[in-house]
Design a protein around this ligand. Sequence first.
Ligand code: GLN
Length: 212
Amino acid sequence: MAGKVKVGVLALQGAVGPHLGHLAKVGAEPVEVRKPAHLAGLSGIILPGGESTTMIHLLKVNSLWAPLKEFVSVKPSFGVCAGAILLSKKVSHPVQDSLGVLDASIERNAFGRQAESFVAEVEPTAAWQGDGVEGVFIRAPRFRNLGSGVTPLFCFKGEPVLVQQGKVLAGSFHPELTPSLVIHHFFVTQCQSEETPWMTDSRNPYASLSVN
Ligand code: GLN
């Protein structure tokens, strides 16, 4: 590959800095995205954790909502916590607007309040060829329904906490707040290969759940 792959981090609000560091450590060139022009030349984007309602507001006032929606429909994206909420088709608690590229419904703050934040080992599914990692959960959302094309990569107590649908990766925990680089490495590899392989339904224990 010629040169480093450029990967954006939406930098309007939230936990931006740790993603920049992790991306650089796995050999990507991190780019902070604050306006539409910053999307040019990116191979993928991370939507960080923070507060999804604030991000939606700032995306709209900075004229980034429509260009970002277009971008994530064709290029790899990784939504972390609030970012996963932005990517999911259906959002509850309360209902709110989203970019709608992940065939999933998600409930905000469903792992508890700030004071109930926790760190726990998350378990790889058969679709993730690697070890478990530590997950940091901060007012984390829960995936409530997954479409048949969505594959869980990590679970916590049997429920999906990192999922993939083609070029879309979304998780309810923060991998940027632990030293492990494996999930950023995985995402950057997706950005480097224009083609993201689709996981087969037979490896997806949630294949029978559908979004309604
Ligand atoms: N609770 C936040 C929201 O609903 C997400 C929390 C986070 O990103 N850590 O947007």
